[in-house]
Ligand binder design. Structure first.
Ligand code: G6Q
Length: 543
């Protein structure tokens, strides 16, 4: 079933929001809170172990109603149904989008194009699990009969950012006797620095590539294979030290990896949505099968909430719509994600791909140029570090940056009162951004008149606060699914295809053309700037 496609800025719900915006825009969060003592409660909800407080946003109940009507009109409800029933909603690649199947219990059947997929999903998970446990127990041996102590995932983009982020996030659950690293950049520095202190005889490489054609990944994999063979001088070492995650058995075999050691996934799993598939193998090795399955159950809990909750009480839908409210009506075009947890230090980078690769589009699903702004620039950093860096701009800059503050009530590391201090900062930031500090408050502190304007905080700067009890595998799963579905909702409303990434192709094609031109003195037919850069590199490279 094709997704409905509305001409967003023509529908009455859009016009209703435009006039509603004119009423809300002048209001300050100070008055919204003063006039409504139940505001915090009214605009908070819980799902899948997460508590969202969205009361510090520039909205009223009417805003939520208007936004929900826009969601209804633009087909969000139908879109959710279409994703969950396996419709080919990735229209430009003619594929289903079924990452929700990867974390679905085996008993909940799901048929796509007449094929029951849950049996395949769980068979693949079982194969991953048996392999992961062999590595963890030491029963999988390297070519020289040594135990594997290091696991290096070679992949990029969707085959890197998810497991890398999650291995960092779930460190407290990891086997600390195993070193797990990630190599993505084609810059030889990345591989060299990642393996320089490792013993090849104790190292397993996971070559993660859905297509098994990605330049960066194959270049790194070939160099890693050379490193292994230089130490073991026997081709058959490869099958002891390399496994693959891919959809292409043929290319995996061509590389020399035993296809028995290939972990399969399917074309209905998009790269940036693939953490729960075989792409999560490095994570499963790090934290073990049970914790991996706990994470899947957290994903599934949020999936179920997303599928079943009414739009106005649906956490991913609300986050998506609030984002649209700021992006399309207030004109705030960046969004910060600020996790107050050191273990989530790669979460903003992960979300950057999820959000910007999905919704950084300017034509709709039918190929028509959109007249409205789409995906925001997403960025962020773990708290409290950001506070001593860019928060100045968030508090007093001329542009407004809506932000998500993410925190946990319990730490994994009980160190004096560190955690209370961390959470105090999270809570205080939301308060400061919303309510600011008025001129009279600054004056009342006895501040010199010339300094007063510098110390005024306008406030009225919106945040969502997400709290959970602790960063467990289950909570991590729910958190990731929350953002996946938020991005989906926004894509549906904007009418774009969130599941392709054609925008990364052109640069790749041109790099393929430029590469031989750097390596030999062929004639150049580029623009003057590009040709000059190539010539400069050629001359300096030789030097
Ligand atoms: C993600 C993108 C992209 C992809 C990488 C790696 O959604 O498709 O980031 O994951 O380009 O692709 P391979 O896994 O095919 O090497």
């Amino acid at each position: 079933m094709p997704l409905p496609l509305a001409s967003l800025d023509q529908v009455p719900e859009w016009h209703a929001l435009e006039s509603h915006f004119r009423e809300i825009e002048p209001l300050h969060l100070r008055s919204l809170f003063a006039d409504d003592p139940d505001r915090a409660e009214r605009f908070s909800l819980e799902a899948a172990g997460l508590r969202l407080d969205y009361s510090k946003n520039r909205l009223t109940s009417q805003t939520v109603e208007h936004l929900a009507k826009l969601a209804e009109r633009t087909g969000v409800r139908a879109g959710i149904g279409a994703m969950f029933d396996g419709s080919r909603i990735n229209v430009t690649e003619d594929r289903s989008v079924l990452h929700i199947a990867l974390r679905r219990p085996a008993a909940k059947a799901l048929t796509v194009d007449g094929v029951e997929v849950m049996a395949d999903v769980h068979a693949a998970l079982a194969k991953m699990s048996s392999f992961a446990e062999r590595i963890r127990s030491g029963s999988w041996l390297g070519f020289t009969q040594r135990r594997i102590r290091n696991v290096v995932n070679i992949g990029i983009g969707g085959s890197d950012l998810g497991p890398l982020m999650a291995v960092e996030a779930l460190k407290p659950y990891a086997d600390r006797g195993l070193t797990v690293r990630f190599v993505s950049n084609v810059d030889g520095t990345h591989l060299s620095e990642s393996i320089r202190d490792l013993d090849p005889q104790e190292t397993l490489f996971i070559v993660a590539s859905k297509s098994f054609t990605t330049q960066e990944t194959l270049t790194n994999a070939v160099s890693a294979r050379d490193w292994v063979l230089a130490a073991m001088s026997d081709q058959s070492a490869v099958k002891h030290h390399f496994v693959a995650l891919s959809t292409s058995a043929e290319r995996v075999a061509e590389f020399g990896i035993d296809v028995d050691n290939m972990f399969e996934f399917w074309d209905w799993v998009g790269g940036r949505y693939s953490l729960c598939s075989a792409v999560g193998l490095s994570l499963m090795i790090a934290v073990g099968t049970e914790h991996f399955h706990d994470m899947l159950s957290g994903f599934h809990a949020m999936d179920t909430h997303f599928e079943e909750a009414p739009l106005e009480q649906n956490m991913p839908v609300l986050l998506g719509l609030i984002g649209i409210w700021y992006n399309n009506f207030f004109g705030y075009d960046t969004h910060a994600v600020l996790p107050y947890d050191q273990y989530l230090h790669r979460f903003p980078a992960y979300l950057q791909q999820l959000d910007m690769e999905s919704n950084g589009k300017s034509v709709d699903r039918a190929g028509k140029r959109v007249r409205w702004s789409t995906g925001p620039v997403l960025w962020g950093e773990a708290g409290t570090n950001g506070q001593h860096a860019f928060y100045q701009l968030i508090h007093q800059g001329s542009r407004i940056v809506p932000a998500d503050l993410i925190g946990f009530c319990r730490s994994h590391n009980h160190l004096a009162d560190h955690h209370d201090k961390l959470v105090a900062n999270l809570i205080a930031q939301g308060e400061a951004l919303a309510f600011g500090k008025t001129m009279s408050e600054v004056e009342a502190e006895g501040t010199a008149a010339s300094i007063v304007p510098h110390k005024v905080f306008d406030g009225n700067r919106p945040t969502n606060t997400l709290l959970a009890d602790q960063l467990t595998p289950k909570v991590l799963g729910a958190l990731i699914a929350l953002y996946e579905h938020k991005v989906f909702v926004q894509g549906i409303v904007w009418g774009i295809c969130s599941f392709d990434q054609w925008g990364v192709q052109l640069g790749k094609e041109l790099a393929t053309r430029v590469l031989p031109e750097l390596q030999s003195a062929t004639a150049l037919e580029h623009d003057a700037s590009t040709s000059a850069l190539i010539r400069h590199y050629r001359s300096r490279r030789k030097a």
